[in-house]
Design a protein around this ligand. Structure first.
Ligand SMILES: NC(=O)c1ccc[n+]([C@@H]2O[C@H](COP(=O)([O-])OP(=O)(O)OC[C@H]3O[C@@H](n4cnc5c(N)ncnc54)[C@H](OP(=O)(O)O)[C@@H]3O)[C@@H](O)[C@H]2O)c1
Length: 287
C-alpha cells in the first residue's frame, strides 16, 4: 500500500502509548483515522490535535474491547462514516502479572478478550469490506514475548502467542484477496503499559500496575514509524530493534541457555515486585 494519503485507518488502543503514536503517524501521512479505546476524553483530545495539526478527518469510537461486539461495532462505525476501511491496526492490549499456576481463569480470559478475541472480531468485521475494496492491510501488534514465554507474564505471553498464530494463518488465507496481515513484535517500549497491568497475585487483586520495571524501552514514535513502513511494504513480520530480533533468535536457537537467563530474570522480577509492595503481600523464596 504505497500511497497512504486519503486512506481510512482504524487504530485500537489509541488513547495513549503506541496506539496514539501510530494514529498520529497515520494522520501525518494524510489518513482519515478512527480512534478506539475506553477513555473517551483522551480520544477526543487526540482527535482534535490530529485534525488541527494534520488537517485530517477523525472519528472517535469509545469502546470496551473486552466485549468483542464493541470491536466489530467500531469497524462498522468507521465504514458507516467513510464508506471503507483500508487499514486496521489491532493495537489495544493489556498485561497481566502473576504465576501461571495462580492466575484466576476470569482474569486470564479478560486478557485474551482484549489481546486476542478483540483483534479477531475486528478482523472478521473488516475483511468483508476489504474484500469488496480489493485491498487492505491488517496490522496486529504482537510482542517479542509472543515468541518466547515470559515468566510472571505468562498469561500475557500466551495471548500474544495466540495472536501470532492467528496472524500467520490469516496472512496466508487473505493473500489472494490482496489483504496483507502484518505482525509487529515490539520489545520494551516506553509507555504506561506496566502501570495498567492487572495484578493476578492472590491477595493483591485490588492493585494495578507492576511497579517493578526500571527499564524504559524505545519511544512509541519509533514503533509507529516502523509500522508505517511495514504497511507501505506489506511486510510479513516486523521487529523494532536489532536487540529484539537477537533476543528472539537466541530463544529459538539456544533454548536451554535462554531458559537459564529467564530463571534469573524471574527471580529479579519477583524480588522487585515484592520490594515495591513495601511489606504487603507474601514473601517469596527469592526474598
Ligand atoms: N509497552 C511495551 O513495552 C510493549 C511491548 C510489546 C508489545 N506491546 C503491545 O503494544 C500494544 C500497545 O501497548 P502500550 O505499550 O501502548 O500500552 P498502554 O499505554 O497501556 O496502551 C494500551 C491501549 O490499549 C487500550 N485498551 C486496553 N484495554 C482496553 C479495553 N478493554 N478496551 C479498549 N481499549 C483498551 C488502552 O485504552 P483505554 O485504557 O483508554 O481503554 C490504551 O489505549 C499492546 O498490544 C501491547 O501488548 C507493548
Amino acid at each position: 500500500m504505497k500511497e497512504l494519503h486519503g486512506r481510512v485507518a482504524l487504530v485500537t488502543g489509541a488513547s495513549r502509548g503506541i496506539g496514539a503514536a501510530i494514529a498520529e503517524a497515520l494522520a501525518g501521512e494524510g489518513c482519515r483515522v478512527a480512534l478506539v479505546a475506553r477513555s473517551e476524553e483522551a480520544l477526543n483530545t487526540l482527535a482534535d490535535r490530529l485534525s488541527n495539526r494534520y488537517g485530517v478527518e477523525t472519528l472517535i469510537c469509545p469502546a470496551d474491547l473486552r466485549d468483542e461486539a464493541q470491536a466489530a461495532a467500531a469497524v462498522e462505525s468507521t465504514v458507516a462514516r467513510w464508506g471503507r476501511i483500508d487499514i486496521l491496526i489491532n493495537n489495544a492490549g493489556a498485561g497481566i502479572y502473576g504465576d501461571m499456576a495462580e492466575l484466576v481463569a476470569d482474569d486470564l480470559r479478560a486478557t485474551f478478550d482484549v489481546n486476542f478475541f478483540a483483534p479477531m472480531a475486528a478482523m472478521r468485521a473488516a475483511v468483508p469490506h476489504m474484500r469488496r475494496q480489493g485491498d487492505g492491510v491488517i496490522v496486529n501488534i504482537g510482542s517479542i514475548v509472543g515468541k518466547f514465554s515470559q515468566p510472571l507474564g505468562g498469561g500475557y505471553s500466551a495471548s500474544k502467542f495466540a495472536l501470532h498464530g492467528a496472524s500467520g494463518a490469516a496472512r496466508a488465507e487473505l493473500k489472494s484477496d490482496n489483504i496483507a496481515v502484518v505482525l509487529v513484535c515490539p520489545g520494551l517500549t516506553n509507555t504506561d503499559f506496566a502501570t495498567h497491568t492487572h495484578i493476578g497475585v492472590p491477595g493483591l487483586e485490588d492493585m494495578q500496575g507492576e511497579r517493578h520495571a526500571p527499564l524504559r524501552g524505545v519511544p512509541p514514535a519509533r514503533v509507529a514509524r516502523r509500522v508505517i513502513k511495514a504497511i507501505r511494504r506489506r511486510e510479513r513480520e516486523v521487529y523494532i530493534t536489532l536487540f529484539d530480533r537477537l533476543v528472539v533468535l537466541g530463544a529459538q536457537m539456544l533454548p536451554g541457555f535462554f531458559e537459564w537467563g529467564l530463571l534469573l530474570a524471574t527471580s529479579i522480577r519477583r524480588r522487585r515486585f515484592s520490594q515495591s509492595l513495601g511489606g504487603r503481600g507474601r514473601k517469596t523464596a527469592d526474598d
